[in-house]
Design a protein around this ligand. Structure first.
Ligand SMILES: N[C@@H](CCC(=O)N[C@@H](CS)C(=O)NCC(=O)O)C(=O)O
Length: 71
């Protein structure tokens, strides 16, 4: 299952559109960037550049590696 760390911005929408188009199951994890939740240590461990969207795939396929986006 994929967790989508999301806020309702165009950058958040585009990944939810992608997941819907792929038909992949996912759970939305809201991040209130107006309240500064993107700076919480728990979120920075997932998205070190403090930006949504971010996804965590708890069941990555064989040979998959973690990638991080540069700002
Ligand atoms: N390159 C990223 C940019 C993501 C991005 O800028 N996200 C903004 C919201 S639209 C964000 O998380 N801002 C929080 C912050 O900068 O503290 C993408 O295209 O998804």
């Amino acid at each position: 299952m994929i967790d989508l760390y999301y806020a309702p911005t165009p950058n958040g929408w585009k990944i939810s559109i992608m997941l819907e188009e792929l038909g992949l199951p996912y759970t939305v994890k809201p991040v209130n960037i107006r309240a500064g939740e993107q700076f919480a240590p728990e979120f920075l461990a997932i998205s070190p550049n403090n930006r949504i969207p971010a996804i965590v795939d708890h069941e990555p396929g064989p040979g998959m590696t973690r990638t991080k986006e540069t700002p």
